[in-house]
Design a binder for this molecule. Sequence first.
Ligand code: CA
Length: 219
Amino acid sequence: MKILLIEDDLDLGNGVRFALADQGFDVIWVRRKEDALHQLELCVPELILLDLGLPDGDGMSLMTRLRQQLRGMPVIILQDRLCGLDAGADDYLVKPFVLAELLARVRALARRSYGFENEAIEIRGLSLHIPTRRVTVSARHVELTASEYALLETLMLRADRVLTRRYLEERIFGTKENLSNALDVHMGNLRRKIGDGFVRTVRGVGYVIDTVPVQKAAG
Ligand code: CA
């Protein structure tokens, strides 16, 4: 899961980035409003952590813009002090905050944004435990690389929705550039490890994991 961290404070930014990366989140850290806008053109994060006091402009105007451009994107505001403002953020933390508290809020929002209350997902014997990134098929543990795991998590969190190649490439590799066949390679390896019958190719569009297997047409 990709998180865009917008925070100019070096110590705080570093601490938050390390803590989130340690929990398996994919963190992009920027320290200026301008860089945040640039990043948002390159990739679509799944959650934004936003400091309101930025060196090149106030985070509030960025928040307003995010709300217009990225409807439904969860945002947690990192505030320097409690000023009681309502910027339409999903949550906020007043500095200094405890990292464990931030992690708990990030996890809660991540689950909410996907509509999942649980931290584990199970589809037809294939299960994924998000906090530990543990994947099992019929209780057998499967060892995945970071890219394979990201691919599987993305597909499972959005089960029954066909995800385009472009969408998956942005999520997994964080870029809109052409990556030739990297996605095919990771998809091939993932399928080999979890077994056939989970990831279905929708020709010319992308991939989907069906919660109920699709019946092949008779004849
Ligand atoms: Ca600041």
